[in-house]
Design a protein around this ligand. Structure first.
Ligand SMILES: Cc1cc2nc3c(=O)[nH]c(=O)nc-3n(C[C@H](O)[C@H](O)[C@H](O)COP(=O)(O)OP(=O)(O)OC[C@H]3O[C@@H](n4cnc5c(N)ncnc54)[C@H](O)[C@@H]3O)c2cc1C
Length: 451
């Protein structure tokens, strides 16, 4: 009894009375960051141990390594090896506070924001909220397919796939079996290409081991792309090599096709093509997500926030945007910077320096993006790399892809787990245990998918 009373006193003396979310009392300027993705995390790292109070809000208590979502979806990695808890990351950072809450609304006129857990005041606000899946207004597709923008999406894909393969072994109906074992991936960007490659390898190396009752040829993988090339942001060489790798893995690539309807068992494309498939994975587009309260005139294409060259949201003197959500429109970047991890990390680091300069009353240089190149993998030992003038494909590109991704994962234990899994899979072609832990149902079949 006495202990809990003492504890209550300590907590309340640490809280600022103007907020109804408890935060340590501090005279330092308060930087509130919404979102602990690549951009938010890089910003926290820049501001740690500095003369500012940093408050990070995220709706999850962990950072997610999105580039490897497809490996969780195809049972190559377990989810806990590619997500990392913020509290572990921030251990020993005395000026950094994490609060688990979704930010719902910003009130720029009073420098406050409303979260699902209460209100908070900020001196400087940074939006690092990233993007969500864009189904381009097609409700039937949104209801019956799965995006890949969250670790829960990856687990849903894994469960959908394993459940459907089990059901395929049960059914006596040939059409139903076809639809349960056909996979359609929409979007020929890095996420779609990597997913198609991983599924094709699952089909080649795992399917027959786990399901001896049917041949590997039973699983058809379609990759649908709206234009006439894959990886359109990379070089022609990367694009054509990727197509060759996918074809070698028996992936059916359909160019100049876009999905127009999906009822959960049959995909319809704009040209009228019909594909029986209970598995539709949507990687064809994203759109910015951010809380209410920002004037619509600052929102540009892709639902991104227009910023100046210092990442300040247009018309807001103390609100900034970084990463996928930010669109810095200049003559060099009329569509904003590419929505990739490197942009987010560079912008997060840059903004950390800018905020410290603003607080000291010093001037800053505009943001300059350094393109470090692009990598994408299409299954084991096959990848494409565009590094400035150097464009190559094959084993060394794959080795480079593996090293870069391994070093980028947060946490030593996570890196060890991923490295170990990859080494086992390299020599044995085995993946992690393919367990159906929960019963997945599409949104169209239940009010809420089980999470
Ligand atoms: C499947 C996939 C594969 C990819 N592969 C690559 C790749 O190989 N290479 C590459 O460079 N890029 C890749 N990307 C893109 C890359 O992941 C993004 O560019 C990057 O994550 C953007 O970082 P960010 O910090 O802007 O946003 P995110 O990393 O998306 O982080 C946003 C954070 O904000 C939080 N959040 C959002 N709204 C709120 C709210 N209202 N309140 C509280 N918290 C909120 C979210 O929980 C999340 O933690 C991939 C993306 C996907 C989806």
């Amino acid at each position: 009894m006495k202990d809990s009373h003492t504890h209550k006193k300590i907590m309340s003396s640490a809280c600022k009375v103007t907020d109804n979310i408890c935060l340590p009392d501090s005279d330092l300027p308060r930087v509130v960051i919404i979102g602990g993705g690549f951009a938010g995390l890089a910003l926290v790292e820049k501001l740690k141990h500095k003369e500012v109070q940093v408050v990070l809000f995220d709706k999850n208590n962990f950072h997610q390594f999105q580039p490897l979502f497809y490996q969780v979806a195809t049972s190559a990695l377990e989810p806990d090896s590619i997500v990392f808890p913020f509290r572990k990351q921030f251990k020993g950072y005395k000026n950094v506070v994490f609060r688990l809450a979704e930010v719902e609304e910003i009130q720029p006129s009073s420098n406050t924001l409303t979260t699902t857990k209460g209100k908070v005041h900020y001196d400087y606000l940074v939006l690092a909220t990233g993007t969500t899946t864009n189904f381009f207004g097609m409700d039937s597709v949104a209801q019956n397919s799965l995006g890949m923008k969250d670790i829960r999406d990856s687990l849903n894909i894994r469960h959908m796939m394993l459940q459907n393969l089990e059901q395929a072994a049960i059914t006596c109906d040939d059409d139903e079996r076809d639809s349960l074992t056909n996979f359609v991936i929409v979007g020929g960007g890095p996420a779609g290409v990597e997913m198609a490659g991983a599924l094709a390898e699952f089909c080649k190396y795992i399917l027959q081991k786990d399901y001896p009752e049917y041949p590997a040829s039973i699983m058809n993988i379609y990759l649908i792309e709206a234009i006439d090339e894959l990886l359109s942001t990379m070089s022609d060489k990367a694009s054509s090599k990727t197509l060759k790798y996918l074809k070698d893995l028996n992936v059916k690539v359909l160019f100049n096709e876009s999905v127009s309807d999906y009822d959960g068992s049959e995909v319809t494309t704009n040209s009228g093509k019909k594909i029986l498939a209970r598995n539709l994975i949507w990687t064809a587009g994203v759109k910015g997500q951010f809380p209410k309260g920002i004037d619509e005139k600052h929102v540009v294409r892709g639902n991104r926030l227009k910023t100046d060259s210092f990442l300040m949201v247009e018309g807001c003197k103390n609100i900034f945007a970084v990463g996928d959500i930010a669109a810095m429109i200049t003559t060099d970047t009329p569509k904003g910077h590419p929505q990739v991890a490197q942009t987010a990390i560079q912008q997060g680091k840059y903004l950390g320096n800018v905020l410290l300069k603003i607080i000291k009353g010093e001037g800053a240089k505009p943001f300059e993006y350094k393109d470090k190149g692009s990598l994408a993998t299409v299954g084991k030992r096959k990848a494409v790399a565009d590094l400035g003038k150097f464009k190559f494909a094959g084993y060394f590109a794959w080795l480079l892809w593996s090293i870069v991704h391994l070093l980028s994962i947060s946490g030593f234990r996570n890196r060890l787990m991923v490295g170990f899994n990859w080494a086992v899979s390299y020599f044995t072609y085995e993946k992690s245990n393919r367990l159906i832990i929960r019963n997945f149902k599409h949104k169209s079949l239940v009010d809420n998918t089980e999470e």
